[in-house]
Design a protein around this ligand. Structure first.
Ligand code: ADP
Ligand code: MG
Length: 337
């Protein structure tokens, strides 16, 4: 198969829509230890997506390599895969993004005195020096413009933009010490404080009206047979008086990574039980920590799905943590009124 065609097909698995680009680029910024990340989404992300960070940047000598398939600086041996500490590890995002949009990458590493700008436009690559602060700015223009069939599957611009904000919000919950600002067509759609305070991040994501309803979920630890901690759960949640129609307000993060897992989401919903008004769903951000070797993120290219060695224990820990919140007086206060 023509390598260019193969690249197009592979790209479709990871980059399904603008929100996939936003997710991969924010994850890269987080992996680079950024403290401030600015995201700009224009025209639902199809016109332009820009992610700027103040992380450690890419060395001028390596920036072209970063766009090659399976080029990752995060994984060196097979055993690293069992001890993942970074969000990325496949080395596929950048080549896939460059396969479906026009990418301009401007970056400067902490060691380099000047930065470099790499332009990947329709297969051609140009590189030139650029003056800038350490960090990285990636912009992706005309996403799927060369793929009319794919572009047709995009939803309305507002829906695609909302999905981009949702992805950013989930990552912001996982990294409350990082400030994330998202602009949609120039208007601020999300701004976290980046002060490390989980409650503040939660309220930034859910809106100021959530502030009066936020409760801490106390930490629950479960040990294995040898007495070693294998599951740790905590987080924040809203009381039964602040709910949503759907389950989009339930976030579960495993080792800081937002995941979609119906079983664990259900553990949260079920814990609220009769405290939820009929037809309403809870709002919570639950943090699960397990040993890296006991979790598999490599199930699907998007890494949203997760396999847990001790899923039942995690389920039990979530329920135990939320039940102890439920017993608190403030939890159902809104309902009695
Ligand atoms: P992965 O994240 O799986 O390693 P990517 O294709 O997303 O693969 O990125 C390739 C490489 O480019 C990364 O391993 C990293 O070295 C570098 N890189 C990408 N984005 C950034 C960034 N924002 N800051 C610093 N380095 C980056
Ligand atoms: Mg990555």
């Amino acid at each position: 198969m023509d390598p260019h065609l193969a690249a197009k097909i592979a790209a479709g698995e990871v980059i399904e829509r603008p929100a996939s680009v936003v997710k991969e680029l924010i994850e890269n910024a987080l992996d680079a230890d950024a403290r401030h990340i600015r995201v700009e989404v224009e025209g639902g992300g199809a016109d332009r997506i820009l992610v700027a960070d103040d992380g450690h940047g890419i060395a001028a000598a390596e920036v072209e390599l970063a766009f090659r398939r399976h080029a990752t600086s995060k994984l060196r041996t097979e055993s690293d895969l069992d001890e993942l500490a970074t969000l990325g590890f496949r080395g596929e995002a950048l080549p896939n993004i460059a396969a479906v949009g026009d990418v301009v990458c401007s970056t400067r590493s902490l060691q380099d005195p000047v930065g470099v700008e790499l332009r990947l436009l329709a297969g051609a690559i140009e590189q030139c020096p650029v003056a800038r602060q350490p960090g990285t700015t990636m912009s992706v223009d005309g996403l799927f413009a060369r793929f009319p069939a794919r572009r047709k599957f995009l939803r309305a611009r507002s829906a695609e933009a909302a999905a981009c904000v949702q992805v950013a919000a989930q990552l912001a919950l996982g990294f409350p010490e990082v400030q994330l600002v998202v602009l949609v067509d120039g208007r601020e759609a999300l701004r976290t404080a980046g002060d490390g305070n989980l409650r503040n991040a939660f309220v930034a994501v859910l809106g100021a009206d959530a502030a009066d309803h936020v409760l801490d979920v106390p930490r629950v630890c479960l040990d294995d047979e040898r007495g070693e901690a294998v599951v740790e759960v905590d987080g924040v949640c809203a009381s039964g008086s602040f709910t949503r129609a759907g389950r989009s307000g339930v976030s579960v993060l495993v080792n800081r990574r937002p995941v979609t897992n119906r079983t664990l989401t259900y553990a949260v919903v079920e814990s609220y039980g009769s405290l939820l008004p009929t037809g309403r769903q809870p709002v919570a951000a639950i943090y699960v920590r397990v040993p890296p070797a006991e979790v598999e993120f490599n199930v699907h290219p998007s890494k949203l799905e997760v396999k847990l060695l001790r899923e039942r224990a995690v389920y039990a820990a979530i329920q135990r943590a939320l039940r102890s919140v439920r017993r608190g007086a403030r939890f159902s206060a809104g309902r009695r009124r």
